[in-house]
Design a protein around this ligand. Structure first.
Ligand code: 6PG
Length: 469
């Protein structure tokens, strides 16, 4: 008799293929299916000795029949309609109680809808982070669905997850769309983290005239300190890489136009809808959009000239640039966790924020030493902004002068630092007890009689100025 597979996976692209091999390596027999069988064969060839633990299927029917009941089927197909199409094709072949796990970067609202439509099957939305390497050797995974659905795959997910000092980087975070929501915010933070690093790279390149190769050891040094993280580590490696074709620094032959699949933009739209401040991520998304406007930027440079003067020798130190990144990063993460807290309340999810930070400590793209301290700060006081947690407030006091000096110099020299300046501005707003919105209220009342509150009459919001007749 043919041995039944404990779990199945559909969609053997880079992420799917690697996740299937990871599951096989954990000793779990896994059936695999792909729209084109050639890709399935390629994964089988790559599997080596793991091929014995993989059960390739040539048809969807054969795939479904090879699975032990209740069936557990992971989908790793492109987000959007392909997920719906795949579910529609599967449904007639499934039994009540079977589980579909959507491990792609699905829009959390679509996951919520699919969970509601799933009966008599179950649906689990699983955010998976870590790229190809993570999928193969241990991703960070954010699950949303019923407790019953999660329990069906908890063991296998725990076995394949990244490990942070013995703790698996996977958790059941809430119902239906909650897992994909947290993954979306992870990606928004990822955009800000990457953009800030790119901005500091820009100061070194265009302000200080450093070559990519000269920057590599700087990033390596930073990776030994407070900034220790996967993104800083790969940035150091990228900086020292050479283009095999031309012998130039690899970075110097790459077009400065960044792509995006949409999760960063979704995060920003969602934050705006909830009135949650996410300015560092917004700046990062806009920076990607502008990066793609190559022709318009070239025209702008022709008309107005590039940034006028390089920085004077020694104008900014390596330590100050490091400080800028440390402070900027703390603020971006504080905004991200603030958004998670807001969504958790609005959606009634009760997201366990300390656990979110914990499962981001390894496996995912934004993994960093700082996330361990964030997990501790959120455990102490999950409601408190990270910028007010004693550890991070101390770091901000120490590093804010570096961020301020970096942004000020860059502004003076015409070097754009959108995400870092957004972070600085957020900080300055958040430590200003009396801001300037009294002017906005007066203007609104002047032209529209919208009413305002007076400092000496708190709670009464329909007061007017002398301009209302
Ligand atoms: C991850 C990544 C991953 C991927 C996204 C972002 O956590 O493993 O976030 O999901 O890189 O597709 O891609 P874009 O930069 O194209 O939006």
């Amino acid at each position: 008799m043919v041995e039944m597979a404990e779990i199945g996976l559909i969609g053997l692209g880079t992420m799917g293929g690697n996740l299937a091999l990871n599951i096989a390596e954990s000793g779990v027999r896994i059936a695999v299916f792909n729209r084109t069988y050639g890709r399935t064969q390629a994964v089988m060839d790559e599997a080596g000795p793991l091929a014995d633990t993989l059960a390739p299927a040539e048809s969807l029917e054969a795939f479904v029949q090879s699975l032990a009941i209740p069936r557990k089927i992971i989908l790793l197909v492109p987000a959007g309609w392909p997920v719906d199409d795949q579910i529609a094709a599967l449904k007639p072949l499934l039994a009540p109680g079977d589980l579909i796990i959507d491990a792609g970067n699905s829009d959390w609202r679509e996951t919520t809808r699919r969970a509601a439509e799933a009966a008599p099957q179950l649906h689990l939305g699983l955010g998976v982070s870590g790229g190809a390497e993570g999928a193969r050797h241990g991703p960070s995974m954010m699950a949303g669905g019923t407790a019953e659905a999660y329990a069906m795959v908890k063991d296998v997910l725990t076995a394949i997850a990244a490990d942070f000092e013995g703790a698996p980087c996977v958790a059941h975070l809430g119902p239906d769309g909650a897992g994909h929501y947290v993954k979306m915010v992870h990606n928004g933070i990822e955009y800000a983290d990457m953009q800030m690093i790119a901005e500091i790279y820009g100061v070194m390149r265009d302000g200080s005239g450093m070559t990519a190769v000269e920057m590599a050891p700087v990033f390596e040094r930073w990776n030994g300190g407070t900034l220790r993280s996967y993104l800083i580590e790969i940035t150091g490696e990228i900086a020292k890489a050479t283009d095999p074709k031309t012998g130039q620094a690899m970075l110097d032959v790459i077009t400065d136009s960044a792509g995006q699949k949409g999760t960063g933009r979704w995060t920003v739209i969602d934050a705006q809808m909830r009135a949650a401040p996410l300015s560092a991520v917004e700046a990062a998304v806009t920076a990607r959009v502008l990066s793609a406007r190559l022709a318009a930027r070239a025209e702008g440079e022709d008309r107005f000239g590039a940034a006028p003067t390089p920085l004077a020798e020694g104008a900014i130190s390596e330590a100050e640039l490091e400080s800028a990144l440390i402070a900027g990063k703390i603020i971006a993460y504080a905004q991200g966790f603030d958004l998670l807290a807001t969504a958790s309340t609005e959606e009634d999810w009760v997201l366990p924020l300390p656990q979110v930070a914990e499962i981001w400590r390894a496996g995912c793209i934004i993994r960093s030493a700082m996330l361990d301290d964030m997990a501790s700060a959120l455990t102490e006081a999950p409601e408190r902004s990270l910028i007010l947690a004693p550890h991070f407030a101390g770091l901000l006091e120490e590093h804010m002068p570096g961020l301020r000096k970096t942004v000020a110099l860059a502004v003076a020299h015409g070097l754009p630092l959108p995400a870092l300046s957004a972070a600085l501005t957020y900080f300055d707003v958040m430590r200003t007890g009396r801001g300037t919105a009294n002017m906005l209220q007066a203007q609104r009342d002047f032209f529209g009689q919208h009413g305002f509150e007076r400092l000496d009459r708190p709670g009464e919001t329909d007061l007017h100025g002398p301009w209302v007749g």
